[in-house]
Each structure stands twice: as structure tokens, then as C-alpha cells.
Design a protein around this ligand. Structure first.
Ligand code: FNR
Ligand code: LAC
Length: 357
């Protein structure tokens, strides 16, 4: 297991067809899924030489918390499909790696149980429910048990059309639950089984999630939770500015890993415009197709405070639970450290915009 792609192949051999299709797949023709990856590859690093890199510091700061390197764990739903320990394994791996896990609303473990197992800061990813009362209650639980930020996802008013899930009639097996939905109103905790030609996830989310998300919700989430809010799923400068004007502390440049609008712009291409528009008014993060330490370096050069990775952690989980997820994070950390050394950067702040074309 030399790299993330080795973990991906091994995970594909281990997972059942429906779980693999759900994790690996994207929307439509999966153009954006491929482009996310390819766009990082197309960027070239103008590395520096004749710099003393004997001592390197890969660490950075995310909303005030020191992390070991500029990489966080993106929110991904239903991690118990990958391994019985699911979200608990991921949060322990995050702690061991010295980074932050973003915990999904659609987790198969309750947000309290994930927080209780955490040894590093955790952020909570929010899907706003149609039932605003239940959403507010969930946010109060998030704040009460010690999450330090809310990541509001805005690119999924409806779920993208994922043909792999439709072909597989994907649904969550009945022994697993959408744990936070159970607390928010038990009828929704079990995902409806899907008939042929349906995705159970689409049915679940349509019954539960609010389609009407506006910039005012950024302010609302901040007021209800009392926590900094990052807005996730933005690929345009004007949207990023609107979010920041409504109180966002951060932007996550993301197209949901190619799972929502197919043909959406690759995130590596969208990042510079957002970073330029926001400057230092808020923190900018990016996800989508990050698979190599050099991708992390490119993202930082283009203005990201840090990247997030989604699927790589799921591959690690599927291969070997907490240990597998830890190995994936360790690989990416050591690749990033080497990329810094070979590009003449002893610190993260030495990674500048001119280093990428
Ligand atoms: C996701 N993503 C996601 N995003 C979110 O805001 N809430 C969620 O519950 C989920 N669930 C989810 C499940 C699975 C299986 C995947 C693959 C992705 C999107 C995720 O946070 C992130 O944007 C992408 O995964 C980043 O792309 P990579 O790293 O997977 O290429
Ligand atoms: C997904 C949702 C749950 O991408 O965010 O599957």
C-alpha cells in the first residue's frame, strides 16, 4: 500500500457492489468526478532550489486550531458501510494524525458519540432540515457537546442523480441508522428501502432536507449555534462574497466530489477566483480529487488554508478501519512533507502563488 490509489483498489475488492457504487460514484456521466482529479494533475509546480529545508514544519492553523498539515477530513455520510467502527474509527484516526474531522449530518453514529471518541477538534457538517425546529435542536446539541465549527453545505438542495445508486437500488441496510435523524424525529432514521430504479438515499433526503437555502441561513446557523460557520459547495467568487457578507468565517470550494451537478467546474480551477475575492476576510478550503501530497501543496499555493479529503479516508476505513484511515492520512502527510522539501519550502507559509502554473 504505497499510495491512496492502492487503498482505493483494495477497498473496491472488499466493499459490496452497492456501497462501492455509492462511495466511488458521481452524478451523471461523472465528468466532474474525473475533472476534479485531472485538474490537480494539470497544474505544475515551479519549485525552488538552494533553500535550506533540513528542518520543515508542515503544520498550519485552521480556525485557530493547530493541525499537523494542511489537510482535514471532509464530511462523508454513512461510514459504517465501510467498516463496523465507521465514524468512531475516523475520528480516532483524525486525532492520531493531528487533524480535524468534519462529521456529517448523515452519519451512522450520533454526533455525541463521535465527539466523545474525539481527541482533536471536530467540526459538524449541517444539512438544514425542512423542520427548522429540529435543525435548531441539532445545532444546540452540536454546540453543547463541543464541536468548534459548523460546515453548512449549500450545493445539495436536491441530491444529484447518481446512476450507480439507481442501478443498485442503493439504500442503507436496516441494521444501520441515520443516527442524528433518529434524534431529530425517529421516522426518518431508517432509510426507506429502494425499489428497482430508485435510490433510497434520494428518497430519504427529499423527505427530510430543505430545498430553500439562502445566505440568510448562514446568519441563522451562526446565531443558533454560536459557532463559526463555513459554507461548503461554493465555486464562484460572488457566492463566496455573499456568504462572507452574511457572516461566514470560511468557504469550502467544493462541488461535492462530483456527486451533485455534473459538468460543474473542477475545484482546482475554481479555487483561485474564490481565494482572490475573499482575501483574508475568511478562510478558504478546497476539496475534490485531492489524492497526493503535491495536490495539497498546489492547493495551498492557490490560496487554500487547507484541503479536505473525502473518499481516501473511506478507502482506508474499508481496508482496515481506524488503522487503514490512519495509514492513508500518514501517507498524505509524508507525501506533503516531501513535496515541501523538494520545492524548497521549510514552512507552509513559504508556499506561494507563483509556485504553481
Ligand atoms: C460526500 N460528501 C458529503 N458532503 C457533505 O457536505 N455532507 C455529506 O454527508 C457528504 N457525504 C458524502 C458521502 C460520500 C460517500 C462522498 C464520497 C462524499 C462530499 C464530501 O464532503 C467532499 O466534498 C468530497 O468527497 C470531496 O471529494 P473527494 O476527496 O472524495 O474526491
Ligand atoms: C452524499 C450526500 C449524503 O453525497 O452528501 O451522498
Amino acid at each position: 500500500m504505497l499510495n491512496v490509489f492502492d487503498f482505493e483498489r483494495a477497498a473496491g475488492e472488499r466493499l459490496d457492489a452497492a456501497s462501492w457504487g455509492y462511495y466511488a460514484g458521481g452524478a451523471g456521466d461523472e465528468v466532474t468526478l474525473r475533472e476534479n482529479r485531472d485538474a490537480w494533475d494539470r497544474l505544475a509546480i515551479r519549485y525552488r532550489t538552494m533553500v535550506d529545508v533540513a528542518e520543515r514544519d508542515t503544520s498550519t492553523v485552521a480556525l485557530g486550531a493547530r493541525i499537523a498539515f494542511p489537510l482535514l477530513i471532509a464530511p462523508t455520510a454513512m461510514q459504517c458501510l465501510a467498516h463496523p467502527d465507521g465514524e468512531l474509527a475516523t475520528v480516532r484516526a483524525a486525532g492520531a494524525a493531528g487533524t480535524i474531522m468534519v462529521v456529517s449530518t448523515t452519519a451512522t453514529t450520533s454526533l455525541e458519540d463521535v465527539r466523545a471518541a474525539a481527541t482533536s477538534p471536530t467540526w459538524f457538517q449541517l444539512y438544514v432540515y425542512k423542520d427548522r425546529g429540529a435543525t435548531a435542536e441539532m445545532l444546540q446539541r452540536v454546540a453543547a457537546c463541543g464541536y468548534t465549527a459548523v460546515v453548512l453545505t449549500v450545493d445539495a438542495p436536491l441530491l444529484g442523480r447518481r446512476e450507480r445508486d439507481i442501478r443498485n437500488a442503493f439504500s442503507l441496510p436496516p441494521h444501520l441508522k441515520i443516527a442524528n435523524a433518529v434524534r431529530a424525529g425517529s421516522a426518518h432514521g431508517n432509510m426507506p428501502l429502494a425499489a428497482n430504479g430508485e435510490s433510497g438515499l434520494t428518497k430519504h433526503l427529499q423527505s427530510l432536507h430543505d430545498v430553500q437555502i439562502t445566505p440568510r441561513d448562514v446568519t441563522w446557523v451562526h446565531e443558533v449555534s454560536g459557532l463559526p460557520v463555513l459554507v461548503k459547495g461554493v465555486v464562484r467568487a460572488d457566492d463566496a462574497v455573499r456568504a462572507v457578507e452574511h457572516g461566514a468565517a470560511g468557504i469550502v470550494v467544493s462541488n461535492h466530489g462530483g456527486r451533485q451537478l455534473d459538468s460543474a467546474i473542477a475545484t482546482a480551477r475554481a479555487l483561485p477566483e474564490v481565494a482572490d475575492a475573499i482575501g483574508d476576510r475568511a478562510e478558504v478550503y478546497v476539496d475534490g480529487g485531492v489524492r497526493r501530497g503535491t495536490d495539497v501543496l498546489k492547493a495551498v499555493a492557490l490560496g487554500a488554508r487547507a484541503v479536505m479529503v473525502g473518499r481516501p479516508v473511506l478507502w482506508g476505513l474499508a481496508v482496515d478501519g481506524e488503522r487503514g484511515a490512519s495509514q492513508v492520512l500518514q501517507l498524505l502527510h509524508s507525501e506533503f512533507d516531501l513535496a515541501m522539501a523538494l520545492s524548497g519550502c521549510a514552512t507552509v507559509s513559504a508556499i506561494t502563488r507563483d509556485m504553481v502554473v
